[in-house]
Structures are given as C-alpha cells and as structure tokens.
Design a binder for this molecule. Structure first.
Ligand SMILES: [Zn+2]
Ligand SMILES: [Zn+2]
Length: 419
C-alpha cells in the first residue's frame, strides 16, 4: 500500500524547514519589539464559535470548514482562521479585565476546504497579531508598521499596502443600501457566488475576482463616501499616522475582506509578482467581535499572514535564507576505538558543540567520505596511539592545517572556533 499526504496538505522537509524557522523567528522577534506576546489556542473549537465569530454568511463557514462530530456527539471544527479562537480565549480567561491594550501574536496551522491553487493549501500556516482594548487609529497603524518592518527586513520588493474603511454598524447600513441599489440592475451579470452574496453580504461583490463582477464593481459607490463622523475621524487619523511614518499606501475602495466582523479599517499587503496570488496578508478592525462572542464590548484590530505564500514570494524574489550550520567536528575511528569516539562526541555535545560521529558502523574509509559529505569543519581520527595518549591531531578540512591537542583541551579549542 502506498500512502500519500492528503490532498491539499504538504510536508515541510528538512531542506525547507530552515526557511520556515527563519521566517517564524523573524516574526516573533519583531512581535517582541512591539510587545506582542504569543498565544496558543486549540486546533479545533466548537463549530458554533466559527459560525458566530467568522460569520454564517461567509464562504468559509458555508463551504470551507472541516467539521466533525466528536465521540460525545458535539459539533467541532478544525480552525479555519486564528482570530475566533484567540477572542474566545481572551474572553474565557478574563484578559479583558487586565490593563489595555492586550497584544497577542500567533503562529498556527489552519484548515479550509478550498479549491487548489498555487500557494493555497487546505492545511496552511498563518502568522497573525490581535490587539484588544484600543479604539484608536494608533493601534491600526502600529500593526501596519509591524508588517511593514517585517517585509522590509525580509527585503521584499514590489509589495504594497492597500487600505480602506468599511464603516461601522452606524454608517454601514446606509452604504449597503446604496450598494445594493447600484448592483440590483446588474444582478443577472454577476457570477453565481455574487448573486448569493448580493442578498447576504453585498460588499463581497467588490472583491470578486470574476471579470464580469470586476467590471460592475468599477463604478460602485464607495464606503469611504458614506462614513459617519467617528469613522471618518478614525480613517483620517490612520492616514496621517501612515504619512508620518512615511509608509506608502494606496486607498483601495475594493478591499472589504471576506469576514463579517470587520469594521472601519481594512487593509491588505499585495504582491505584484507573478507566481503567487496577490494578497500576502490581510487585516483590519473588528470592534464588535468580542461582544458578539459573549465578552464585554472591546475594540480589536488584527491581521493574518499566509506563510506558504510569503515563502513562495521570497523564493521568487531570490531571497537567500541562512544556510544550515555544518558540524564543527567529525570524529572518525577504527572499530577498536568506536566506544571512545562515541564517548568523546558525547562529551563535546555536553559542552554545547556540534559534533558528529559514526553511528552506522561504517568502515574507516566510509567514515572519511561521510565527514566530507556533511562538510564537517574539523576532523579527528582515533587510532590505537590516540586512544593510548588521549590526544590527537585535529585537521581543519578547509586547508588541511593540523593541530596537536589533548582530548581535555578539545572542547575549549572548538568552542572558541564556533564563536
Ligand atoms: Zn461609522
Ligand atoms: Zn462575482
């Protein structure tokens, strides 16, 4: 029987895992600079949480969730995104009663039953941030600067920020009505998905990728023209902060984000390059979500970033990831000295060194070949004489230079070398 990874999933092999670690470490290091602390929540939650938190009318909830019933008959779902679980945890553990703001970041695997495309998987990884307790545009702008720094420090080219405001529960109904009136005469020309969205969430028609829908969306009324005074002040506040930070942006009235719970600010970072599908990262403000999920009224803002797409993009741009570090020393031995070789390697590892030794009972000749293949920087050969004297000659592989050392000096010599 031949087993294969399930469709829509992918293995991260050793030759790629270093890139993942690099990006994840970069992200968490940046989060530390902004006082964002990591939160880890379960991979599955009650189905109801996502129905309420992501929104019944969304494609995610309607078509893309991995639902299952557990042995006790409870309806469960593999998380399709990160925010709902974080908000559930924020409420459950009373974080709302701690001093504001609460700044959290996550590094998760999420699951959506989606059409397969390049850089899109059914099991995928996201990095994200959520900030609770500030209704100020400074919180929105801070998250955008975090992302902007992240992308600049990865030296990403051709990536730009698109921003929009979709208003709040006060001003959005009037906008929705204006949009609905505009779309109604074009209804027959919209794609099937958009005809469904027209009734449930007409804003989604604006970011539909179908050509016919895009044409119609071109002249649609803009949410920015329907903002109430509070939303307008927030929007202008955000733009002036971005101007102050000299972060370039485009105002894009078609950015609406797919999720029901967004309010005011919405944004995306979009890549111009071929090979990946545009949006690398999306986020926005969700002031009503904590309350919607049973917590106290709490403003919130956040983003999520798709790691698969980010890596595709970095690869396309020829980013050079740090190479894996080669072993500092390989200890080769004849069969009689095998025990001593293993013991010596263990003692070096205890000292924090990267030491390798044969564990496959290779011949001496095969061990030398192996030492070359793994690119060990130093080689030590253990024979009768070395075992008797407890000292030996270590050879620097790069230039063949040799040095006589007692085994007790070996660790301190190599430690200096590793630094
Ligand atoms: Zn408003
Ligand atoms: Zn459409």
């Amino acid at each position: 029987m031949n087993f294969r990874a399930p469709r829509g999933t992918h293995d991260i092999l050793p030759k790629e895992s270093g890139q993942w670690q690099f990006v994840e470490q970069k992200f968490s290091e940046l989060c530390r600079r902004f006082s964002y602390q990591e939160i880890r929540t379960p991979v599955f939650e009650q189905t109801e949480l996502f129905a309420r938190g992501v929104g019944d009318g969304t494609d995610i909830v309607q078509k893309e969730m991995y639902n299952f019933e557990d042995k006790a008959g409870r309806a469960m779902t593999l998380r399709p995104e990160g925010t709902a679980g974080v908000v559930r945890s924020y409420i459950e553990h009373g974080l709302a009663s701690e001093p504001s703001p609460i700044k959290l970041f996550y590094n998760i695997t999420a699951f959506r039953y989606e059409k397969m495309q390049k850089g899109r998987y059914r099991e995928f990884r996201q990095l994200g941030c959520e900030c609770f307790g500030s209704k100020s545009a400074s919180a929105d702008a801070e998250l955008i600067t975090l992302l902007w720094l992240f992308f600049s420090e990865l030296r990403m080219k051709d990536i730009h920020l698109e921003v929009n405001s979709i208003g709040c529960p006060l001003c959005r109904p009037a906008y929705k009505e204006a949009l609905t009136e505009y779309l109604r005469p074009h209804l027959s020309k919209l794609c099937e998905d958009c005809r469904r969205r027209f009734a449930t969430n007409p804003l989604r028609v604006l970011d539909c990728k179908e050509e016919s829908c895009r044409k119609i969306a071109q002249d649609a009324p803009k949410s920015l023209e329907h903002l109430c005074p509070e939303c307008l002040a927030h929007w202008e506040g955000l733009l002036s902060l971005l101007d102050t930070f000299a972060i370039p942006y485009n105002i894009n009235p078609k950015i609406v984000r797919g999720l029901d719970y967004y309010s005011k600010t919405v944004f995306e970072f979009i890549s111009e390059n071929v090979g990946t599908q545009g949006t690398i990262c999306g986020g926005g403000r969700y002031d009503g979500l904590v309350e919607e999920l049973g917590g106290p009224a709490t403003p919130g803002v956040g983003f999520a970033l798709g790691v698969e797409r980010l890596l595709l993009e970095l690869e396309a741009q020829g980013f050079s990831f740090p190479e894996p570090v080669d072993p500092t020393i390989f200890i080769a031995s004849f069969p009689e000295q095998r025990l001593l070789a293993n013991q010596l390697a263990f003692s070096l590892r205890k000292e924090g060194l990267h030491a390798e030794v044969d564990i496959c009972e290779r011949s001496f000749k095969a061990q030398m070949k192996h030492a070359n293949r793994i690119k060990a920087k130093y080689l030590l050969v253990l024979g009768d004489e070395e075992a008797k004297q407890m000292c030996g000659r270590i050879k620097r592989m790069a230039d063949g230079a040799e040095k006589e050392l007692s085994f007790s000096e070996l660790a301190s010599f190599l430690v200096n070398f590793e630094e």
